[in-house]
Design a protein around this ligand. Sequence first.
Ligand SMILES: [Zn+2]
Length: 559
Amino acid sequence: MRCRILSEVLYRKWRPGTLTDLVGQDHISKTLRNAVDSDRVSHAYLFCGPRGTGKTSTARILAKAINCESPNEGEPDNVCSQCEDINSARALDLIEIDGASNRRIADIRELSEKIHYSPTNAKKKVYIIDEVHMLTQEAFNALLKTLEEPPAHAVLILATTDVQKVPATIVSRCQRFDFKRISIDSISDKLQLLCNSEKVTISSEALDLIARKSTGSLRDAENFLEQAIVSFGSEITLDNLLEFFNIDDNQFPIQIIIKIVESDLKAALTLLADSYQDGKDADQILLNMIEISRTLILVKSKAISEKDLGESVWDSLSSVAAKLEMSDLVNMAKVLSDAQKQHSVTPTFPIEVAIADIFTTLMTDSGTEVKTKTIVESPKTKIEPKHVTPTSGSSLPTTPTAKPVLKESDKNPEKPEPVISNSPLVNSADDTTISTTYGSTGDLDSKWNDILKSLRKTGSRFNLAALLRGCHGKGINGDSIVLKFKHVSHMERLKTELDNPTVSAELNKVIQDMLAKEYKIQIELLDDNRNDNQSPSQKSHLVKTVQALGGRIVEERGK
Ligand SMILES: [Zn+2]
């Protein structure tokens, strides 16, 4: 309860009293002051912009300025009875309507009728309709009639966070103001003033952190500050706020991504497992990772700076971004977003596969075989088919009732899901590179490296040279070049690339230049991996990714 009382007190104390007090919307406050001062107030205004940027506050100050008994240069004096009535929320001629809860035609009809009655004791009757985009189509039609013939004594102020949903006929009859997100500097300055008035000591780093966290909304920033004052008293440190915002929760997903980039798949999966065991929510972990992948793209493209992220997060993310190509970051963001749509008995399973997928792509792109520290260190055990190795120790998170084996009841009988042994994720010591040639090779072997070199910059989503380097056998068969792949995922990626006519044409040209002859490209799986009777489930994205890591299908249920 104490929190609520404080909230009310601070709200009154902190809200802006004049147009000049508005933070970060100088262009709007200046235009409105001039309008009031020169007695050219419009009949209808439309305030658009993100939440917390001051739309409703501006509307109330404008109402005061319009009705103030002795306004000064377009500003309300805040002492006359009109101003006092509005400040204490008992003005009869200021009517506030919440568009979200009064969206029906009956509500707007009532407005259309009552707006014609003269003001009770003020110069003008001011209506504020908040979240106006929520009105129904019929209600908009009724509102339009009022806007077409507004009584001289009325001013309508419409506010919305989503102007796209407001009919153009309404927008065109209003004077429109677009409220901007408030800059971090402006929010910090305002918070500093509030802290001074509350006799609260707070460091500038702490203020910046609140400002960044509130993403341009002064209202959010003030709420954060208020909660911080309630929680920590009159001395607030950066450490307090790091605790308050659970910044640790953002740090460990960054660590997972750093481990992937450092080619340490085991560490990445173990970090995930440990944090899940510690009680962190799998969905939240994934959301954090998606947000980080988005931030990495912004960092790489220099769309944000250190100021936006804070020093420590900036240092971690900019070093990751420097090591990766933009295409890698885009792929990471896509793979993580896709994982959000997957569901599994083991909540962390989609994240594990996403981590493995990003890892595999990075390894393939850099031309390195999929060999992690894990694989090198792991004992050389051979995994027998038909044998599901139990999940090993803490390297993969499990709950007593949940195993990464899909339950019979969970699957769609039309689409049998394979049982995937996840042990190859950390145990594929027998995965060695085979380089075999098929048929006569002619100049193919001697020119192969030159061909790859010429294709270094070719590819739409993946780098073609890197994909070709992943082929495990090549040869010439008549007028075809046969490329054999050990992993379905590598083969599928190459096929997808060659479906792109530009990529395919470039490959053909390079081959013709190098080998002085035209060849068709034939892509196959290595004979021992080929399975012409692949079921649909074996072609799924998840299965291919696990296969790309050396996992294999040991049993398929539902047949
Ligand atoms: Zn006044």
